[in-house]
Design a protein around this ligand. Structure first.
Ligand code: PRE
Length: 106
């Protein structure tokens, strides 16, 4: 994205607002996609419960982390991308534990 700073190097308020609006739009997409991911997680959880498999699968998590990190075009943000997906999967595991605890079949 092009820089929009003035002579003193500070961003103009309208440019700040525009950049924040762009972030809001991206956040909206992220929420939609994460909702879809949580939905897919419920299906994985059902399959794992039927097969009596544990929620945690470190091998799969390592695979996910390597896969998504390699998709990030900016090497400088790889470490942050990795941390974001570690957090996503931690919450996925917490959600699965919640699903198991509230499962009407147990
Ligand atoms: O793939 C699985 O087995 C899942 O439970 C999904 C998921 C994920 O959110 O990607 C979550 C927990 C596991 O440790 C691995 C991956």
């Amino acid at each position: 994205m092009e820089t929009k700073d003035n002579a003193s190097g500070a961003w103009r308020p309208n440019e700040l607002a525009a950049a924040r609006q762009q972030i809001n739009q991206i956040d909206d997409q992220i929420v939609k996609l994460l909702a879809q991911r949580f939905d897919a997680v419920t299906k994985v959880n059902e399959a794992k419960q039927s097969a009596d498999l544990p929620v945690m699968d470190q091998g799969r998590e390592d695979q996910v982390l390597d896969r998504v990190t390699n998709k990030d075009p900016n090497p400088e943000t790889h470490v942050y991308m990795r941390q974001i997906f570690e957090t996503i999967m931690k919450n996925s595991r917490d959600y699965q534990t919640h699903l198991t605890n509230t499962d009407s079949n147990h």
